[in-house]
Design a protein around this ligand. Structure first.
Ligand code: HEM
Ligand code: HEM
Length: 163
């Protein structure tokens, strides 16, 4: 369906947006456990059990994000999505940030998997996801609040109420 034909996001699209956002937050807050466990193993030490559980969660939550993002992109292709509200530069910035998010949501789990199974040096690339995610989440959330409180349009509402 053409993007412009949709007035809002479906319930499933909204659910996926917020579930993925929460899972990403978890990854950003507890991600360092993964490195801590890796370093303990390299030193021949037994990793702290809490760090070990958090590292295991990091692995599975990361894979869940990858699967959910694939589902989200398939849904977007099938159901369509509304074009961002605004004009000119505003529209371009919104589209750019959404594109960067999809790229990060795929690149972070993929580089994480590559760091474990192919070459641990790729972990350095994987770690760059942290500052990038934080910067773009701040800009994205500020944009959403700007739309809601200043421009008073439907941008934030349509990511809360299905249409
Ligand atoms: C969207 C998904 C993911 C996000 C946002 C994410 C985020 C992070 C963060 C913030 C760190 C800590 C970086 C630091 O210490 O500065 C980290 C480390 C790590 N993550 Fe992920 N991660 C994701 C998915 C995955 C997946 C799926 C795997 C593997 C199956 C993985 C494997 C690792 C490894 C091995 C490290 C340690 C890297 C090192 O110390 O060199 N991550 N991740
Ligand atoms: C990890 C955190 C987040 C990620 C990865 C993320 C990602 C995305 C992506 C990719 C889109 C585009 C959806 C599409 O058209 O396909 C989107 C839309 C949206 N997001 Fe987020 N988001 C996050 C957090 C937030 C937060 C914290 C807020 C609010 C404070 C928010 C509010 C919105 C709104 C209102 C839209 C709809 C924009 C529009 O219709 O033009 N997001 N988000």
């Amino acid at each position: 369906m053409a993007q412009s034909m949709r007035q809002g996001y479906s319930g499933l699209q909204i659910l996926l947006h917020w579930v993925i956002a929460l899972l990403v937050l978890f990854q950003l807050v507890f991600g360092e456990s993964m490195g801590a466990v890796g370093r303990a193993i390299e030193r021949g030490e037994t990793p702290d059990p809490t760090e070990q559980s958090l590292a295991s969660a990091h692995y599975w939550v990361g894979i869940a994000i990858l699967v959910l993002v694939m589902l989200r992109l398939i849904l977007r292709a099938v159901q369509g999505a509304p074009a961002p509200i605004g004009n000119g530069a505003q529209l371009l910035i919104a589209k750019l940030i959404h594109g960067v998010f999809y790229l990060l949501l795929i690149a972070a789990p993929v580089t994480g998997l590559l760091a474990i199974y192919v070459n641990e040096e790729i972990g350095e690339v994987h770690e760059v996801a942290k500052p990038l995610f934080i910067a773009f989440i701040v800009i994205h959330a500020l944009g959403a609040f700007l739309h809601h409180f200043k421009l008073k349009d439907a941008t934030l509402r349509r990511m809360l109420v299905p249409k």
